[in-house]
Design a protein around this ligand. Structure first.
Ligand code: AMP
Length: 218
């Protein structure tokens, strides 16, 4: 199964993409995670990406397309993948089509998780992430048992630089401007499926499942 998850930052793409990938037994490819990892490793690409990420701006297309192309070429993507956070520009969408066409493949579906802006700001600004294992928390909806300490590994929790309110609002604007033409492209190709992202994690997971036809018998 080859699926792309679309939707604004904070819509729950990461959580839902991880779950779908697990159910399908294919890799989950998060561009945000891949870029943060490159930045943490201090590679030239990573340091370049970090300048943009800290401002809430998109990393240049050629940087992310190169990363994705390399990743999709690895053997574990043969059986499929769940892409999360890519494409975010029309140029990236077109590059993805070319990369897959060269491999003789195409996408099966593009899921668009829909959530209103004020809920997104509240979700993102309250988010905390474990520095050590990457586990996500929310100050109100999913607090850790001990303040600022990860329940899973005891690591320190922090607020991502790009989860500060001003940056979040900027990211939502950037997202809206960039996603409209991509959604248009996928709608025209008959791949786009809208998924209501407002409910709890399980409710949304069930909607995702229906959208990709999981569990629908022969
Ligand atoms: P995320 O974790 O998906 O919210 O991404 C965090 C940041 O990584 C974004 O604000 C961008 O700066 C950068 N980023 C992630 N995915 C992409 C992409 N497909 N194209 C450009 N920049 C990206």
């Amino acid at each position: 199964m080859r699926v792309v998850f679309m939707g604004p930052p904070g819509a729950g793409k990461g959580t839902q993409a991880v779950e779908l990938a697990r159910r399908q037994g294919v890799p989950h490819l998060s561009l945000g995670d891949m870029l943060r990892q490159a930045a943490a490793e201090g590679s030239e690409l990573g340091l370049r990406a970090r300048e943009f990420m800290e401002r809430g701006a998109l990393v240049p297309d050629q940087v992310v397309v190169g990363l994705v192309e390399e990743r999709l070429g690895r053997p574990d993507c043969q059986a499929g993948f769940v892409l999360d956070g890519f494409p975010r520009t029309l140029a990236q969408a077109e590059a993805l089509e070319r990369i897959l066409a060269r491999q003789g493949r195409g996408l099966d579906a593009v899921l668009n998780l829909e959530v209103d802006d004020e809920s997104l700001v509240e979700r993102l600004v309250g988010r905390r992430v474990c520095r050590r294992c990457g586990q996500n928390y929310h100050l109100r909806h999913r607090p850790p048992r001990r303040d600022e300490v990860c329940d899973v590994c005891g690591g320190e929790l922090y607020q991502r630089e790009d989860d500060r309110e001003e940056t979040v609002r900027r990211r939502l604007e950037v997202h809206r401007a960039n996603s409209a033409p991509i959604l248009g492209l996928y709608r025209a190709a008959g791949l786009l499926r809208a998924v209501d992202g407002r409910g709890g994690v399980e409710e949304v997971a069930a909607a995702v499942s229906r959208a990709v036809g999981e569990g629908a018998g022969p």
